[in-house]
Design a protein. Structure first.
Length: 708
């Protein structure tokens, strides 16, 4: 069993929390809970980043002392985490004495190593990013000559000041070597490659102090300088554990455990191979975590984190979340409208962790009614009454000799395989894949219920044992599912357990409670026989007709994009091929000449590419639509909706190479946006029945290959 320190980034307090922050905290909370089920000791850390010029200015705008201002915002982040059902073990604020002391000590260690020197710094600075940029990182000058930050779209400032520098350049080779020796240091792989490219291009020394503002931690011995906010902020991962300190005796046990005695081949030799540090963060701050942070740690002689996972960004109904767009959703509103559990479920199920994803209120409801209500809730609601009526409410003993019958064997097989798959997916920090696996059990158990026809068994003479075995296996399936789903739906799972007569989940360190793992010879049902079940309130009651009418208003969303041209504009640039300006136009009919021919130029307007299918799911409430995530050789996968659901099972498409149109204007279908079109052959037979056949490619060519 491991000791695991898992962290979110610490959030800037220059604005109130929104669900973009919430998404990151939820994911981290889900992993923390999952690791606990597996018997690990987990320390889940989050907090707030409270220094920097941006916050100093914000406080000024509010006519408050910076400390007063940050004191008014930080608690909102504590409340936001609570509202979303997250239970961090610690919440660090960078204005706390424990943090300031650790940062000063770290500075001294970098200085003692000879990695800090005094110089002058001149660069473009984006106050919103708290980051310096070179010209190539910025937009071209506009009419007034101003350059803009590409992330915040705000004008940057030219800054020249005396500054201390960190010798980042001397860590270039060490970092590259470290990346080579630790291929799993950063996930997803594509993002790791971006980091490597950035370092390979050459690292310049990093300016790590400022004299132009005061709101920061003073540089030891040079109080006219305050520390660069990223050096300050990243150190929270150390300071919250209680170190480093000038005096070793003042360093806390947690700091020693997570940062000093940890196994790290490159740094210290194997001392405690079971301790892991995992950072979860958004893709735009990966460089700080995967380049600067490891360099600081190397300089201080400390081991590096074990894993850094960069997740994607959340849009609201296809649009970037911003005050100007009027679509900033607060964690509280989200929780009030859907409940924390349902919101958590939606984020973890809908979005492939690592990729950008969309929060569309209508889709939350579709998943709520479709998967949670009709899938999980229904299984519970229709099974419990049988236990109550036929067995006095006591879970019956099974006859294990019946487990070899085809239906029972099938269900037990799914329980074993899917539980193992879910564990592997969660170990890889891909909760969406974990939920896919868990849902196989929900589907299999509902099917088992239908096939076993308990309502008939209940009426037939001499079938009591058979009926008891069927119900026992369904109760066991529910036990396994509500255990594995607990990290995502903690409250609902405990409510379900209560109805099944089980105590709320109690996890014990050192005890792995996961139902089944890879390599298990067989699945061993372990539902306690004889416990008393009760039918309670439905877990996922249907929303009344019309209750979703004012959803957006209740969530605080003022404007929603409905037309596809706007949705296209909201798509991150990386979703389109670089020189593909036609993406921004709506698609046109290919012009044909009078003689029925088209020119080659006409044909060339349609950009066709090979695409590898990475994921495929059914769009809720649609028989026809499948949502595919495909690799077309771009930096990120594309989402393409295809009307082939009546002809293909999503799983049959996984890993296949298909042909897609990549420059069709994005289209909205069932509230989702499609960024391309799948090519398929269509035949209508004499009876009018339609047959569709997707064009697969028989050779193994990479996604993104051209099609002519
Ligand atoms: N303070 C720094 C982090 C320092 S960590 C040593 C910071 N703060 S932030 O508040 O701007 O962002 C914190 C996290 O929230 C980032 O991981 C960021 O990706 C995430 N999100 C903020 N808006 C988001 C979305 N719209 N969608 C998903 N996550 C986003 O950067």
């Amino acid at each position: 069993m491991s000791d695991i320190l898992i962290t979110t980034p610490i959030y800037y307090v220059n604005a109130k929390p929104h669900i973009g922050h919430g998404y990151c905290t939820i994911a981290t909370d889900v992993f923390a809970r999952y690791f606990r089920i597996r018997g690990h000791h987990v320390h889940f850390l989050t907090g707030t980043d409270e220094h920097g010029v941006n916050i100093e200015r914000k406080a000024k705008d509010e006519a408050l002392e910076p400390q007063k201002y940050v004191d008014s915002i930080a608690p909102l982040f504590v409340d936001a985490a609570k509202a979303l059902g997250c239970e961090p073990d610690d919440f660090i604020r960078t204005t706390e004495p424990r943090h300031k002391a650790a940062v000063s000590e770290l500075w001294k260690r970098l200085e003692a190593k000879g990695d800090i020197y005094l110089g002058h710094y001149e660069a473009w600075y984006c106050a919103s990013c708290e980051s310096f940029y070179t010209e190539k990182d910025l937009t071209e000058p506009d009419a007034s000559g101003a350059r803009h930050c590409k992330i915040h779209k705000k004008p940057v400032e030219r800054i020249k000041e005396e500054s201390y520098f960190f010798k980042l350049s001397s860590y270039q080779d060490k970092l590259l070597e470290y990346y080579k020796d630790h291929p799993e240091f950063v996930t997803p792989e594509g993002r790791f490659n971006e980091v490597k490219r950035f370092v390979e291009e050459g690292l310049r020394d990093l300016s790590i102090s400022r004299t132009s503002f005061r709101w920061g931690i003073p540089v030891p011995g040079h109080p006219d300088h305050v520390m660069y906010v990223w050096l300050d902020a990243l150190t929270n991962y150390l300071s919250a554990t209680g170190g480093p300190a000038a005096n070793e005796a003042d360093e806390k046990e947690a700091y020693k455990k997570y940062w000093l005695l940890r196994n790290d081949k490159a740094q210290r030799g194997s001392t405690n191979p079971n301790t892991r540090v995992i950072h979860i963060l958004g893709k735009e701050i990966l460089r700080f975590h995967a380049v600067y942070w490891p360099a600081f740690l190397m300089s201080a002689g400390l081991p590096l984190p074990d894993a850094i996972f960069a997740h994607g960004w959340l849009t609201i109904d296809g649009e970037k979340m911003s005050k100007t767009a009027g679509n900033v959703v607060s964690p509280e509103a989200l929780s009030q409208v859907f409940g924390a559990d349902v919101a958590r479920y939606y984020f973890m199920r809908e979005i492939a962790f690592g990729q950008d994803g969309d929060f569309a209120p209508k889709n939350v409801l579709a998943r709520y009614h479709g998967e949670l209500g009709n899938g999980l809730g229904n299984l519970l609601n229709r099974s419990l009454p049988f236990v109550i009526k036929q067995f006095d409410g006591k879970v019956p003993a099974p006859d294990a000799s019946l487990y070899a019958r085809p239906n029972e064997a099938q269900l037990l097989g799914v329980l074993k395989e899917a539980s193992a798959q879910a564990a592997e997916a969660l170990d890889a920090l891909t909760p969406h894949a974990g939920l896919d696996a868990i849902w196989k059990i929900v589907i299999a158990a509902n099917l088992f219920f239908d096939q076993s026809e308990p309502w008939k068994l209940a009426k037939e003479e001499g079938k009591k044992v058979e009926l008891g075995t069927v119900l026992y296996l369904i109760m066991e399936s529910l036990r396994a599912v509500t255990l594995m789903l607990w990290p995502v739906l903690p409250t609902k799972c405990n409510q379900a357990r209560a109805q099944m007569g089980l105590e709320p989940l109690v996890l014990r360190e050192g005890v792995d409670a996961w139902p089944a793992l890879k390599g298990d010879a067989r699945y061993v049902p372990s539902f306690p026989v004889g416990v008393q079940v009760t039918v309670g309130q439905p877990l996922f009651p249907r929303w009344e007709e019309g209750a979703d009418k004012d959803l957006n208003m209740r969530l605080g969303i003022e404007k929603v994009v409905v037309d596809s041209t706007k949705a296209a504009a909201a798509v991150p640039a990386s979703k389109h091929s670089k020189n593909d300006s036609s993406n921004k136009e709506s698609s046109k009919e290919v012009a044909s000449h009078d003689d029925g021919f088209i020119t080659f130029d006409d044909f060339a307007k349609v950009k066709l590419k090979l695409a590898k299918v990475l994921t495929a799911i059914r769009v809720p409430k649609s028989d026809k639509l499948l949502e595919l995530s495909v690799d077309v050789g771009e930096t990120e996968p594309r989402t393409i909706l295809a009307g082939i659901g009546l002809h293909y099972d999503p799983d049959a498409l996984l890993g296949k190479t298909i042909c897609v149109v990549v420059n069709l204007a994005p289209r909205k279908l069932m509230g989702r946006t499609s960024f391309g079109m799948v090519l398929a052959a269509k035949h209508i037979d004499d009876s009018g029945a339609e047959k569709l056949s997707v064009l697969f490619v028989d050779k193994d060519l990479p996604g993104g290959s051209g099609v002519q």
